[in-house]
Ligand binder design. Sequence first.
Ligand SMILES: *[C@@H]1O[C@H](CO)[C@@H](O)[C@H](O)[C@H]1NC(C)=O
Ligand SMILES: *[C@@H]1O[C@H](CO)[C@@H](O)[C@H](O)[C@H]1NC(C)=O
Ligand SMILES: *[C@@H]1O[C@H](CO)[C@@H](O)[C@H](O)[C@H]1NC(C)=O
Length: 366
Amino acid sequence: MKLWVVLCVALLWVELQSGVCQQVKRRKDVGENRIRPGGKRVKTRHPKLKDGGGKGQSLLTQVLDKGRFLRLGPTMTLTPGRNMELRCKGNNIGWSYPTYLDTFNDSRLSIKQSDKYSQLILTSPSAADTGPYSCWVIVCDGTECEKDHDRIYVSYIYFTDKDNLFVPSAIHFEIVYLRPDRPAVVPCRVTDPQARASLHREVPPEEITANGTLVSFDPTKGFVLQNPSPELQGVFYCKAVTKGNPQISTKYQLLYVEVPSGPPYVSLESSPDSVRGGDNVNVTCTVLGEPEVDVGFTWSYPGQDHRPVDIQTSWRLVNRGMGYTTRVSQSVMTVEDMETIDFGNYVCKAKNQHGETSVTTAITAK
Ligand SMILES: *[C@@H]1O[C@H](CO)[C@@H](O)[C@H](O)[C@H]1NC(C)=O
Ligand SMILES: *[C@@H]1O[C@H](CO)[C@@H](O)[C@H](O)[C@H]1NC(C)=O
Ligand SMILES: *[C@@H]1O[C@H](CO)[C@@H](O)[C@H](O)[C@H]1NC(C)=O
């Protein structure tokens, strides 16, 4: 039961982390909001590169004191506490910002569009607001509007806080899935691009050295593990140092997953094997798959629309030895007191984000 809770929270967190792009639309999500107000001054560093992406000069600027503007480059470092105002030129502008800000419908964030520009204001920013901020021009043809892909400007803004070297996380124990066919990310992002970070295994204590190929550190993402192997499973944490005291991140459980992505693998069986009129029958449809891939089931059966049946759908995680983790999703249809109309083909259709699979079993009268 506990694992379910952890997993659900982890999934939600993945969504919070990855759903970076949305327009002005605000979304409500569960989570934790840590605001660290303080009257600190804004410290700006000049960006390394000139442009935050897109064609020509960036239209994304930060409003400084006394009406001065700073054109934002790909990264920017600010001090938390002091309100941030960003502007993007144009009369129809879309924005994205860390989805964390949509948690609790955060009233610290406001967006206003005027004739000439759109304005994003974030009051009392904190380390947790570290992330990509982006604006783009929306072009309309009549009522059809779309993002102008040549005019998207992004700046990754660090709210550097010496007490929070890691971007605070609402989750204290996250699950990271390792797959043989793609990189995995241990998402210990930092609030200071200068911080030196290292990755550690808890038991046995061991530092995983980042050498730029198999393991590398990206301050905007965390540790990126290329072609992760089952040996990298276990409980890990990150450590970061700037000047002086090292800090420790939340913990990450790394789990290896061997099932390749694809439509569900489905098996279907009925019990008991042989059925007579009046028996109760369970038809069980089972899918083995990746831990975080949701599976939906639909049934068709002889007595459909004529007769009530009971359908129970559930899933659980199973450790299949060697630390391989599989999600077992199951839908069980129970037909009580079999009648003549109940004999025939039972079809289970299982669907995930990659496709669907149908399997059929025939229940015949003995
Ligand atoms: C979000 O906040 C705005 C302004 O504070 C309010 O008008 C709106 O109803 C809120 N939405 C939800 C879903 O709480
Ligand atoms: C990086 O480390 C991995 C494993 O620790 C090793 O196989 C690889 O050769 C190393 N690469 C470099 C460039 O040192
Ligand atoms: C059907 O499943 C239910 C719940 O798991 C179980 O109690 C029952 O004995 C099963 N019936 C048959 C005929 O397998």
